[in-house]
Ligand binder design. Structure first.
Ligand code: SF4
Length: 396
């Protein structure tokens, strides 16, 4: 277990303004933001219920699931951060130090079943990355352990991917068309070696950079790509039953502490990057307003950031508008409503609406920073535009 006394005395607990963790929270206007990165993307029943109790005691009781499969607490009083850390440490959710926590950026295919190598690989890789002899990687540099029967996380942002192969595990660089097949036990070491190649090849000048950009610029050495990456991949799973349990969606990825506790009483929870949770072995689920169990629920077709009044940069309210527009979004499409061009809720292409000081900008297919196709729309005009556009544009 982490010794928090020594962490604090040597200054390891930091309060900074980017990529928060438990040891390095982000200072926001409503208090500290704490991001929990559960080992192998899984919370035991005790951990889930423990976090819920801590959120009620120390933070805003509304927690957030991030698109990197982390769980975020907001509104923590800086004066009580140390107390909260002690409690999270007891739950086994705090790393040795800030750097270890930052490097342990591993997302996991949540569909694994008993006897599957996936959770072991994810734990092994996480432990390796948290080790002291690992080079510093860019803050957003991440790994995906997608070793289920077929990959389903190709659309999840990551730099190094691990997928199941008939002869072992395929380790490959994001953006590459080939990778290296190795025995499962050797896959984490090879993933780490590939991250070292990324650094040695100059992928992170000034500490920033992504693998796909480097692969585009200078290609990958032949020894890292002898086996083609297969085309076959599954779409991300939506709400509903799976062999491992039930997936439940959360509206905008928000979950009340009470709901988290109720879900944690049903089974261990696996966090997904799709703002949903897989509840292991659950036959029954609690009835809570923010839970989405129907894959056809229109609320799954919208993404929205905090917007006004929660975010100082927002030029309008976002979530109410997104929910109001959801029924106008055709199945298979996604509407992203953003309070400003930063586009925090969905950094990828989608039908996008951005708040401005002069109404709403509408982007047919782009990010919140793209040039708008229409300026200054009001809500009625937005609804009409949406119906027309999503009826003619192919789903993303
Ligand atoms: S997209 Fe803009 S308005 Fe929305 S949360 Fe991010 S910074 Fe705030």
């Amino acid at each position: 277990m982490t010794d928090l006394t020594s962490l604090r005395s040597d200054g390891a607990v930091q309060v900074k303004g980017w990529c928060p963790g438990t040891l390095r929270p982000l200072a926001a206007s409503d208090g500290l933001v704490i991001r929990i990165r559960p080992p192998a993307g899984r919370l035991s029943m005790a951990q889930a219920q423990g976090i819920a109790a801590l959120a009620r005691r120390y933070a805003n009781p509304m927690l957030e699931l991030t698109n990197r499969a982390n769980l975020q607490m907001r509104g923590v009083d800086p004066g009580r951060h140390a107390e909260l850390l002690d409690a999270l440490c007891t739950l086994g959710l705090v790393d040795e130090d800030v750097s270890s926590e930052a490097r342990r950026n591993v997302q996991v295919n949540p569909l694994w079943t008993e006897g599957d190598v996936t959770p072991h690989l994810a734990l092994q890789l996480g432990e390796l990355l948290a080790g002291r002899d690992v080079p510093e990687l860019p803050a957003k540099f991440g790994f995906v352990v997608d070793t289920g029967t077929a990959p389903c996380m190709r659309n999840t942002h990551a730099d190094i991917r691990l997928e199941r192969h008939v002869d072992g595990v395929l380790v490959y660089a994001d953006g590459a068309d080939g990778g290296l097949v190795v025995a499962p036990w050797a896959a984490p070491q090879h993933a780490l070696a590939l991250s070292r190649w990324f650094l040695d090849a100059g992928g992170a000048p000034a500490g920033r950079g992504r693998m796909a950009a480097l692969v585009r610029q200078r290609g990958l050495p032949p020894e890292w790509r002898p086996t083609p990456v297969p085309d076959r991949a599954l779409p991300a799973p939506g709400p509903g039953p799976q062999l491992a349990g039930q997936i439940v969606g959360l509206v905008f990825g928000l979950v009340q502490a009470e709901t988290l506790a109720a879900l944690g009483a049903c089974g261990a929870l696996r966090l997904t990057p799709w703002r949903s949770l897989l509840v292991e072995s659950a036959s029954r689920l609690p009835t809570c307003a923010e839970l989405i169990t129907d894959p056809g629920d229109a609320r799954l077709r919208v993404a929205a950031c905090t917007g006004a009044p929660g975010c100082a940069q927002a030029r309008g309210t976002t979530r109410d508008l997104a929910l109001a527009l959801a029924p106008s979004v055709a199945p298979g499409h996604l509407l992203h409503v953003s309070g400003c061009p930063k586009g925090c809720a969905h950094p990828k292409f989608a039908t996008t609406v951005v708040a401005t000081d002069h109404g709403w900008d509408f982007i047919r297919r782009g990010t919140a920073a793209s040039l708008p196709d229409y300026h200054g729309l009001d809500r009625a005009a937005l609804e009409q535009r949406l119906r027309e556009e999503t009826a003619h544009v192919a789903p993303l």
